[in-house]
Design a binder for this molecule. Structure first.
Ligand code: ZN
Length: 279
């Protein structure tokens, strides 16, 4: 299921490291005199392992990007300081506001599955919110390389950042965070399912090469199109099952059409969508 924890070069000096832990992807972009790290893993121990792997590729100083505010992508941030850490403005605020709650929930989940060591490591991870903020778009030059950080609309959260790395000759590598997920259904816990398809449509329009999902194998433009189509089915399910007065219990009942996802995922998506419709 994993590639082993080696860097996979998916574009000119653009690397992905896919981890057995959570099947999480981190990125590394190597320029002339600087590098860029995309996402920092779920605690300082995993971040330290990531740093050792980065240092086997480059000794250049790094800048960091968090694709969004979920613990598994940013609880390693403190290990990368004093470097600047970029994120969408709402993601940075969300991490500052929800970090302690996320830490408690993730640690409890680890404990519930008998992984006390992991629980302790998550519990000791500092909450270190990003300090360089993107509203809609920022262009970074990293060691002479052009990297665009873009907010394309709400989807997996309200602050997902897409990292577009120019690889020359009209091609690019896109790090999509959890807007795109391979190997598992997308995560709807903090999602805006009624916006997600349109956001994926805009992402689809940017693709000129590989797309790195937040979790799972590297994908392509067809995969992004397929996930957008699935999200349109979810959108329809939400609207057709909503009658304005439905409460949270009704959402677990039969749905009006087949879902691309399992029941638990679908019901969570519908619940989140109904929240959007209620405003
Ligand atoms: Zn996430």
């Amino acid at each position: 299921m994993t590639t082993g924890e080696r860097w996979l070069e998916v574009g000119d000096r653009v690397f992905v490291r896919r981890h057995a832990s959570l099947d999480l992807n981190c990125g590394l972009v190597v320029g002339e005199d600087a590098c860029l790290v995309i996402d920092t893993r779920q605690h300082l121990g995993e971040a330290t392992d990531l740093i050792a792997a980065i240092r086997r590729v480059t000794d250049r100083p790094w800048t960091v990007v968090n694709t969004h505010a979920h613990w598994d992508h940013c609880f390693g941030n403190a290990a990368f300081r004093p470097a600047p850490i970029w994120a969408q403005v709402r993601a940075a605020a969300d991490l500052a506001a929800s970090g302690e709650r996320q830490r408690a929930v993730a640690a409890q989940q680890a404990r519930d599955t008998g992984r006390d060591d992991l629980a302790d490591q998550i519990r000791s991870a500092p909450i270190d919110a990003p300090d360089r903020l993107v509203e809609e778009h920022v262009e970074l030059i990293v060691g002479g390389r052009r990297v665009n950080l873009r907010f394309l609309g709400r989807g997996h959260t309200d602050g997902d950042l897409v990292v577009e790395v120019d690889c020359g000759s009209g091609s690019c590598v896109i790090f999509a965070g959890d807007l795109v997920e391979e190997g598992n259904p997308p995560g709807f816990d903090d999602a805006y399912p009624l916006d997600w398809a349109a956001t994926l449509g805009r992402l689809h329009g940017l693709v000129r090469g590989p797309v790195v999902p937040g979790h799972g194998a590297v994908v392509d433009v067809e995969f992004v199109g397929g996930q957008r189509a699935d999200m349109l089915v979810i959108d329809r399910l939400i609207r057709e099952s909503f009658h304005g007065s439905g409460d949270a219990a009704d959402v677990n009942g039969p749905l009006p059409a087949a879902s691309p996802y399992d029941d638990e995922t679908t019901h969570l998506a519908v619940r989140r969508g109904w929240q959007q419709l209620r405003g």
